[in-house]
Design a protein around this ligand. Sequence first.
Ligand SMILES: Cc1ncc(COP(=O)(O)O)c(C=O)c1O
Length: 394
Amino acid sequence: MTAGESRLIAALSGRAKEEDVSFRTKMLEMAAKLPDVIAMGRGDPDFHTPAHIVEAAKAAIDRNEHHYTHPAGVPQLRQAIAKHLADDYGLAYDQDEVIVTAGTQEAVMLCMLALVKPGDEVLLPAPRFTSYDTAIQMCGGTVVEVPTVQETDYALLPSEIEKRIGPKTKALVLITPNNPTGAVTPPDMIKEIARICIEKDIVVLSDEIYAKLIFDGSEHLSIGTLPGMRERTITLNGFSKSHAMTGWRVGYLAAPKDFIRRLIEPRHTLSINAATPSQWAALAALTGPQEPVQAMLKAYGERRTYMMGELDRWGLSYGHPGGAFYIYVNVSSTGRLAADFCERLLLEARVLLLPGTSFADPAGRHTRIGLLQPIERIREAVARIDAAKAKIWA
Ligand SMILES: Cc1ncc(COP(=O)(O)O)c(C=O)c1O
């Protein structure tokens, strides 16, 4: 125990580590001191949850639906999820092959607890949403990165996966569309990835949380639909991104029944069940009108087209994002590394972005733009950057 440390620090298991948030914290602290900052860094939609979903939660509370539910979720919701996966993605799951979780995040943790033994390797795309790393490491596993690059629009190339499979490889995490790149892995590559996973006998966690957000004729293929894949795939999804429901904390995983049954107890241990009113809200999200989802998609598409045009005008390159609501921008041509660029952007234009280091991308050349501000605010951000360009570019 060193001076100033609590006794608890000496008791730590090694699973709980201090997060290296120094740069992010510094940026947020700087932003807090500036007036009227336009934040385009987070992955939280600016849209509010559609009204009929909110009403369904209120009605559930009024019906006293605020007790524990079955750990796997209310049957009506599990049934609706199974139907949705079949109708929209062609995935064949029964309602008792679905577990509702507190956000997709909890599904990630649950999967890693169920699958990863100390020493197991899990393949993850790079760059990525880094909660996967923490979950794998907390279970004693090792992350093996599969790089994706701007030149191929960050597609997850089957050959890059195959190269990294060894005797310790347990699973591949497939995230399409991906965060932070917006990359959609095309169907022919998904088929090739499936072939490799069958041949090498590894399991797949297919994170499809952005699958409703697809642009420009890109095509989403759920790997669990392919021959021989159902038995080795866990499909993860949720409501945060598609229905602007980040704070409700509802997600789910779907997998064959024998596996799901073994997850019920650990799932119960994590949080017993996803918040009950939120589950009823999620049911309304699936069974109610889908126009709000379409309207949000349209708005993200308009913002994306506009922003790509401005990036082109500035001579900043990016991998073409086929989906999600992000653009992963290469800032090399500004003459600055991403962290420096982001700091300048904040100080000179009051626009907040975070560098790719937040997404396991140490190269320092990229920043993620989240298209999660109304178009007028994005235009305002662009105008501010134009006005301060001479001070931002090196
Ligand atoms: C790829 C990916 N998976 C999972 C999550 C977690 O989402 P949820 O809000 O459903 O827990 C996120 C959130 O940003 C994400 O980007």
